[in-house]
Design a protein around this ligand. Structure first.
Ligand code: IPM
Ligand code: MN
Length: 359
């Protein structure tokens, strides 16, 4: 199959981890006879440096023409340390999500048996964890009207949702639950926020069309606690933009490293695949960043192309790397393996048709 993939490596460790994901996609392409064409485009701080714009029009055009987008990471300390900066790298990603209408961000959270001892949480609490966060991605407080008063002594970010915005992600989350363990947990703050009460009403109404799915509700403060106390209770967790951002970082502690969590952002047309981690500027160029989140994002991309076997083979290769301890130092301190060695191992294993027989 011929597919066009837009590569947006972005900032910090983004280019290094995307490079490893591409290695793996190439290995899959040659094994399964696909033709992946990549078109690279700048986004984030690097795009600001080159053009003054974190999401140049030419980058958007590349994304619009692609079958899928593989994204690295975004952010640079020179902007984080300057609260007055008018143009920020993050605006590139946020605008991209909005422009491409990528309203649903899917973030799987798993306890990998091979890594169960890596998590700072106790084994018996996290064993069997397998849930997926459905995070609304183009609304809420991230996109509501913002202002800073002239004297810079007050500021506001509006959290606005419409029932339609809730319904479109709601359907996807219910459908996911139907295919999984048939449980959907809506996380909100309905005891305080009007927008959360709208979420509850809308999702409850929608739930009538999915009678096989058990729907329950949790306040976000309680959810934050439950995710570390008893994470295996969750199947599909549906939530608004900012709660989903926070809870998914928390969920990564279960897996053992934020360098393991992948995500897919989907809407009505194209889709974007990115690790949930940031640009980790301290690690840039040092060959120490964990490429697995990016590689697992590439596996989600293969699923999106309906290349189910290909995605499975890539995930098996990742799990083989974890089993054999071919991991970066975030997972095993003093590990001799760097970003590119881990990527090579996974790509070699995924590309070798005799390797899977040895599993
Ligand atoms: C993420 C990131 C982004 C977000 C930032 C970089 C804007 O943290 O994808 O989780 O908050 O959505
Ligand atoms: Mn985040």
């Amino acid at each position: 199959m011929k597919k066009k993939i837009a590569l947006l490596p972005g900032d910090g460790i983004g280019p290094e981890v995307v490079n490893e994901a591409v290695k793996c996609l190439d290995a899959i392409a040659s094994r399964f006879g696909h033709d992946f064409e990549y078109i690279e485009a700048p986004v984030g701080a690097i795009a600001i440096d080159q053009t003054g714009n974190p999401l140049p029009e030419s980058t958007l055009e590349v994304c619009r023409e692609a079958d899928a987008i593989l994204f690295g990471s975004i952010g640079d300390p020179k902007y984080d340390d300057d609260p007055t900066a008018k143009v920020r790298p993050e605006q590139g990603l946020l605008r991209l999500r909005k422009e491409m209408q990528l309203y649903t961000n899917i973030r799987p959270v798993e306890a990998y048996p091979e890594l169960i001892d890596q998590s700072p949480l106790k084994n018996d609490r996290i064993a069997g964890t397998d849930f997926v966060i459905y995070r609304e991605l183009t609304g809420g407080i991230y996109f509501g009207e913002k202002w800073l008063s002239e004297d810079q002594e007050s500021a506001s970010d509006l959290c606005l949702y419409t029932a339609d915005e809730i319904r479109r992600i709601g359907h996807l989350a219910f459908q996911a639950a139907e295919k999984r363990r048939k449980k959907l947990t809506l996380v909100d703050k309905a005891n305080v926020l009007e927008s959360s009460r709208l979420w509850r009403r809308t999702i409850t109404e929608l739930g009538k069309a999915y009678p096989d799915v058990q729907l329950d509700f949790l306040f976000v403060d309680n959810a934050a606690m439950q995710i570390v106390l008893n994470p295996s209770q969750f199947d599909v967790v549906l939530t608004e933009n900012m709660f989903g951002d926070i809870l998914s970082d928390e969920g990564s502690v279960i897996a053992g490293s934020i360098g393991l969590l992948a995500s897919a952002s989907v809407g009505d047309s194209t889709a974007l695949f990115e690790p949930i981690h940031g640009s980790f500027p301290q690690a840039k160029g040092l060959n120490i960043a964990n490429p697995v989140a990016s590689i697992l994002s590439a596996a989600m991309l293969l699923d999106h192309f309906n290349m189910t076997e290909e995605a499975l083979v890539l995930r098996q290769a990742v799990s083989q790397s974890l089993k054999q301890g071919v991991v970066t130092s975030d997972l095993k301190s003093g590990s001799p393996f760097g970003t590119s060695e881990v990527g090579d191992f996974i790509a070699d294993f995924a590309g070798d048709d005799s390797a899977s027989d040895k599993l």
